[in-house]
Design a protein around this ligand. Structure first.
Ligand code: NDP
Length: 237
């Protein structure tokens, strides 16, 4: 079977690795979206090496950019639908990214929400018509264990980011409930060595993404509305 995939935030880190692994299967059609296509040389080299990659500008905080991306993607898809949407773009905003609650700024909380919560919400809303044309209709929201209430130790992770990822988890629940015709899952990639991740993080992007793709590719209605670890187990909200 050949499938169509769209990944947000694919200029680097986990998003770029999703695109790398997806394009190795030449039957896939992959839309790698990012804020500045011209400045991601890694994506451009992947495009030159593979015949199944489309790079599309998309800033998840900019509704105009999302609408333009929808038009470009739909023109390429034609009668086909979007089978898999991976809402990966995310950021830790903040003058102090590690600020605990007591020194957290409202402005930083809002910035984290714009990228990590409003972004994935707007992207799915805009791509719904494309998803509806697909028989698969799988949406993976890349969340974080830092958004789990059950977590005992948050280490140095800042409060604003944690609150935004908890909100992304609720968004995933609402999306799954409202759209019972789709499969929507929140996934924790683990602690991954990227620009955002800890320098001593135990996982490489290749390992985390290979595990997440197994889950996303084989997703069934049973996992819709759940929070799943990259290793496959369910995580407590
Ligand atoms: P990176 O910082 O390496 O990459 C973040 C990506 O998101 C970049 O491609 C960046 O693009 C993109 N991005 C940021 N803001 C926007 C925006 N407004 N519109 C479009 N793209 C945007 O982070 P990771 O790869 O580590 O993180 C990927 C996801 O995984 C995030 O959602 C993160 O929260 C989550 N995660 C990561 C963990 C880790 O240990 N690394 C742990 C738990 C969750 P640009 O190059 O333009 O800045």
């Amino acid at each position: 079977m050949s499938y169509t995939w769209l990944v947000t935030g694919s200029s680097r880190g986990i998003g770029l690795e999703f695109v790398k692994q997806l394009t190795t299967d030449r039957s896939n059609t992959v839309f790698a979206t990012c804020r500045c296509p011209d400045s991601s040389s890694a994506l451009q080299s992947l495009k030159n090496a593979s015949g199944n990659l489309h790079i599309v500008q998309l800033d998840v905080r900019d509704e105009g950019s999302i609408s333009t991306a929808v038009c470009i993607v739909q023109a390429i898809l034609g009668a086909r639908g979007l089978d898999y949407l991976i809402n990966n773009a995310g950021q830790i905003h903040g003058t102090d990214k590690f600020a605990p609650f007591s020194s957290m700024l409202a402005a930083d909380l809002i910035e984290n929400f714009l990228t990590n919560v409003a972004g994935p919400a707007l992207v799915l809303q805009a791509f719904l018509p494309a998803c509806e044309k697909s028989q698969r209709r799988v949406v993976a929201n890349i969340s974080s264990a830092a958004g789990s209430f059950a977590r005992k130790d948050f280490g140095a992770v800042g409060a604003a980011y944690c609150v935004s990822k908890a909100a992304l988890n609720m968004l995933s629940c609402k999306q799954a409930k409202d759209r019972a015709d789709m499969i929507v899952v929140a996934i924790n990639p683990g602690s991954v060595k990227t620009d955002m991740g800890a320098p001593n993080a135990p996982l490489l992007p290749a390992e985390s993404v290979a595990s997440m793709l197994r889950i996303i590719h084989s997703a069934t209605a049973e996992i819709s509305g759940r929070f799943i670890n990259h290793t496959g187990e369910e995580i407590a909200w």
